[in-house]
Write a protein of this length. Structure first.
Ligand SMILES: Cc1cc2nc3c(=O)[nH]c(=O)nc-3n(C[C@H](O)[C@H](O)[C@H](O)COP(=O)(O)OP(=O)(O)OC[C@H]3O[C@@H](n4cnc5c(N)ncnc54)[C@H](O)[C@@H]3O)c2cc1C
Length: 456
């Protein structure tokens, strides 16, 4: 029967983590049988690029729900021997000042793991039919009207569909098409990242922590961790006082940096860090940008956003991968709810319902993160009379970090069910009010018209 019906044509802009996971979720979670999904990606090939990425319990549980079980094992992701998700160390003494803890993560496979981004991306890619992915398709703009959506590409071609999902990252062209005034702000930090074979440092750096470590200094930090598949990563940062416009002209994302600069920057830090930087073979640069929370994720009928395109938190708190996965699950659940019988026809009303439920589930959650990100970006760097005072303030800051359990152990399915419950309650109340109004109106008519009773 389904074959006689027109499929729901979904265009996904971008085949990163959010785009691929969304395609998988729409197929596996929505239960809609009649889908035509097409992904458009600017890259010429999907290679294992990027550096390290962490997934928290929320993202790992979502991966499992999406059926990407092979990404949950210890081969692809690294979990430290202590079972502690994050350990904060002092930059000069190497002393552990504070730790994050799990609240409720009994299954080891759901405990925070660190990956090469490419390995997670490949794991998702394996679950998406290759013929759905169109490479070398750089989106220039998007359009929508009541009948459908259009993606325009830089090569002059266009694609047409019923729904458009912008999964094209922090510099989304889909977002720019519907929010032309939206601006990203440079946080003032440029990250220097390197990912390399663990044998370059393991057994060579005395006292190298076996767990991931986040060393905090007074203005910057340094992170190191083993990753899955025998890799290792280091991440440093420096302040760059230039404006976003100036910076954009001189540093592109993922540009090769000067590893000597990384070594110089950390030469006075604890010997473990100094030794790590000396063995680090290269550094790539990642200027950090963030934007404000959007007022809606459904700017026009039939269009929405997922991943970094929707919430421009700029990688803060290593939450981007997990948030993108949760977005995709929420969208799949929303379509399942709006098309409970598998979707043989696709009225605009049901599409709108799905997108509204998705927006209500995800936007407030990520807005909460963005408000923390912006308050940290706006924080004035205090000055201190003595190095001791400065050190005391650093330790206090390390211990009074924002509690992010609501983020890392978020249950997106529960959040979605809550939104549905509230929406049903509102609908019921609206119906009751309407019914009561009709009754009153009817009663007035009954008094006014003697024929009312005979009409029943
Ligand atoms: C190459 C790459 C490497 C990364 N490395 C890291 C990392 O090491 N650590 C980390 O924490 N995060 C990294 N990130 C970001 C991280 O993947 C995201 O924060 C998170 O996974 C959310 O993913 P996303 O799919 O929303 O965005 P992204 O991962 O940015 O994916 C967006 C996709 O859209 C494509 N795209 C963008 N613009 C267009 C366009 N105009 N037309 C067509 N396609 C377009 C991009 O090529 C990309 O494939 C990386 C992102 C990319 C693209």
């Amino acid at each position: 029967m389904a074959s006689n019906q027109k499929p729901l044509r979904i265009l996904i802009a971008g085949a990163g983590i959010a785009g691929l996971a969304t395609a998988i979720s729409l197929v596996r979670i929505s239960g809609i049988v009649n889908l035509d999904i097409q992904l458009y990606e600017q890259a010429t090939e999907l290679r294992e690029i990027g550096a390290s990425i962490a997934l928290s319990p929320n993202g790992l549980r979502t991966l499992e729900k999406l059926g990407i079980d092979e990404a949950l094992g210890d081969e692809i992701g690294f979990r430290g021997p202590s079972g502690i998700p994050q350990i904060y160390r002092h930059w000069k003494t190497n002393q552990v000042v504070s730790v994050d803890t799990f609240a409720n993560v009994p299954d080891r496979r759901h405990q925070t793991a660190r990956f090469h981004r490419g390995h997670i991306h490949t794991a998702l890619f394996e679950h998406v039919p290759k013929e759905w992915i169109h490479l070398k398709k750089k989106i220039s703009r998007a359009e929508s009207n009541n009948d459908g959506v259009v993606l325009h590409f830089e090569d002059g071609s266009s694609a047409y569909g019923d729904i458009l999902i912008g999964a094209d990252g922090i510099r989304s062209q889909v977002r720019a098409s519907f929010f032309p005034d939206y601006k990203l702000r440079f946080s003032g930090k440029v990250f220097m990242r390197s990912t390399f074979d663990a044998s370059l440092v393991e057994g060579k750096v005395p006292d190298l922590p076996a767990d991931a470590a986040h060393w905090w200094g007074t203005t910057d930090s340094f992170f190191s961790s083993r990753l899955g598949r025998g890799l290792y990563t280091v991440v440093g940062a420096y302040d760059d006082g230039r404006s976003a416009e100036e910076l954009e002209k001189s540093i592109t994302w993922d540009q090769v940096g000067n590893v000597q600069f990384l070594r110089e920057k950390y030469k006075d830090w604890h010997p473990v860090i100094k030794a790590l930087t000396e063995l680090t073979p290269y550094a790539r640069l990642y200027p950090n940008y963030a934007g404000e929370s959007l007022q809606t994720w459904v700017p026009v009928a039939r269009v929405t956003l997922v991943g970094d395109a929707a919430h421009t938190h700029g990688g803060s708190f290593a939450a981007g991968g997990s948030l993108a996965l949760d977005d995709s699950l929420a969208l799949g659940l929303a379509f399942k709810h709006a098309f409970p019988y598998g979707g043989f026809s696709f009225p605009q009303e049901n599409i709108q319902q799905a997108l509204a439920l998705y927006d209500q589930t995800r936007r407030p959650h990520t807005a909460r993160l963005l408000s923390i990100v912006h308050s940290l970006m706006n924080r004035k760097v205090p000055t201190f009379a003595t190095p001791e005072e400065e050190d005391e303030a650093l330790r206090t800051r390390m211990k009074s970090r924002p509690d992010l359990l609501w983020l890392s152990e978020h249950d997106v399915e529960e959040a979605f069910n809550q939104v549905v419950g509230e929406s049903e309650k509102r609908n019921l109340e609206a119906q009751r009010t309407k019914g009561a109004a009709q009754l009153c109106h009817g009663a007035e008519n009954a008094v006014a018209s003697p024929t009312f009773e005979s009409k029943l």
